[in-house]
Design a protein around this ligand. Structure first.
Ligand SMILES: Cc1cc2nc3c(=O)[nH]c(=O)nc-3n(C[C@H](O)[C@H](O)[C@H](O)COP(=O)(O)OP(=O)(O)OC[C@H]3O[C@@H](n4cnc5c(N)ncnc54)[C@H](O)[C@@H]3O)c2cc1C
Length: 360
């Protein structure tokens, strides 16, 4: 099979890259092993624009906001599916001091467009004595629906297969991959392989800082929340009286196994602020493709001109990936300058230092 681009990975990142490649009428195929514990299949799907610890804006949030709504709505229109909503997002405030801080921050002209007023709590199933700070420009992506809508668009261009990195042959003119029945020649290869990239021999020299996360789904018929609420954990309504609750952060045990400790941590935090019966109906774990300095890893391999990486979306893929996928495809195919904050060129020196040992 001959094609323009092999894209490895159809998580949130790969699906968005696929969308932008299609828009430019590029011939490509996608290889994905459909790992059900990949972070895109575990993620809660929430986006919000603030860093709550310091009550500051997230990095580059204005840039992302301009693109995020447009891209998800375009894909919704194209696929005829609905998977993205703008949501009310409420941050529980725990003291008069926190209320005052919220009001003071929100009075700043640059924060006003992201922070709403302080609202009283009307819901007896929730403990929020001092009310909520209302967050603007928050959203929810139903990742399962999104991934499946994108996969349907790809049709037979999506090949379920575990890509064996050792079977890739790279030359000046392109790449070829032969493994069993699968035999592909292409001009370019893009890896959007998420946390697995830390085991990808072509890019394992980059400073990943992977983080395991666990989430639960609860059924709570009397909770009656129609907004996302955050109080150390988030509680996100997903319909039918069900809510996603998350998430934990574990930098040590990098596996996809849900644990008793994770469950206990989430329930302890949850019970601090909801006072209504619930049952846990699902418990999942995955690994976030987080990276040092929290800036994505995007760009060209230091040695191979036709090999590309799109990774490092950390815990903010829903908000960041549309912007960076568009930017990346425009760089790769139209030669637009790649933003130096995300360009992996900033780590080429690590690659060069390791060249003595590295095969790739
Ligand atoms: C518990 C948890 C909660 C989260 N909540 C949120 C949230 O609320 N909001 C948010 O924005 N982000 C959240 N995240 C982070 C988000 O899930 C990730 O940043 C995002 O999913 C990364 O997407 P990706 O496409 O880059 O990687 P992945 O989702 O890992 O996609 C990579 C794809 O490539 C495939 N693949 C990998 N290697 C190979 C191979 N060798 N051969 C074939 N296929 C391969 C995988 O199966 C997968 O389908 C959360 C993560 C976790 C773990």
């Amino acid at each position: 099979m001959n094609t323009g681009v092999i894209l490895v990975g159809s998580g949130i990142s790969g699906s968005l890259i696929g969308y932008f490649l299609s828009r430019l009428k590029v011939d490509f195929i996608v290889v994905d092993d459909q790992n059900q514990s990949s972070p895109s299949r575990v993620a809660a799907g929430i986006m919000h624009p603030l860093v709550f610890k310091r009550l500051t804006k997230s990095w580059r949030v204005q840039d992302f906001n301009e693109v995020v709504y447009q891209v998800y709505s375009e894909i919704e229109a194209q696929t005829g599916e609905s998977f993205f909503n703008i949501e009310d997002y409420l941050k529980v405030l725990n003291s008069i001091e926190e209320v005052n801080n919220w009001e003071a921050k929100r009075a700043q002209s640059d924060m006003n467009e992201l922070m709403g007023e302080v609202a009283d709590n009307q819901n007896t199933a929730v403990k929020a004595e001092f009310g909520f700070g209302m967050v603007k420009h928050a959203g929810y992506l139903n990742t399962k629906k999104f991934l499946s809508a994108c996969a349907n668009q790809l049709g037979d261009r999506l090949i379920q297969h575990q890509f064996d990195y050792s079977k890739l042959v790279v030359s000046e003119d392109g790449v070829s991959y032969k493994n069993g029945e699968l035999d592909i020649q292409a001009k370019h290869i893009i890896f959007a392989d998420g946390p697995n990239s830390a085991h990808n021999p072509y890019f394992n020299w980059l400073p990943y800082q992977l983080v395991k996360g666990e989430v639960i789904t609860i059924h709570a018929p009397e909770l009656k929340l129609d907004s996302i609420v955050n109080q150390g954990v988030f509680v996100c309504p997903i319909g039918d009286d069900k809510y996603t609750v998350g998430a934990t952060y574990d930098w040590k045990n990098l596996n996809q196994v849900p644990t008793d400790e994770g469950l206990a941590e989430l329930e302890e935090k949850l019970q601090k602020f909801i006072q209504t019966p619930y049952t846990v109906v699902e418990h999942k774990a995955g690994i976030r493709p987080a990276v040092r300095e929290r800036r994505p890893f995007i760009g060209k391999h230091p040695k191979h001109n036709n090999m590309w990486l799109f990774n490092g979306m950390g815990s903010k893929a829903v908000m960041m990936a549309p912007y960076w996928a568009k930017h990346f495809v425009n760089h790769m195919l139209k030669g637009e300058t790649l933003d130096s904050e995300v360009d992996i060129q900033r780590y080429y020196s690590i690659f060069e230092e390791n060249m003595g040992h590295a095969k790739n």
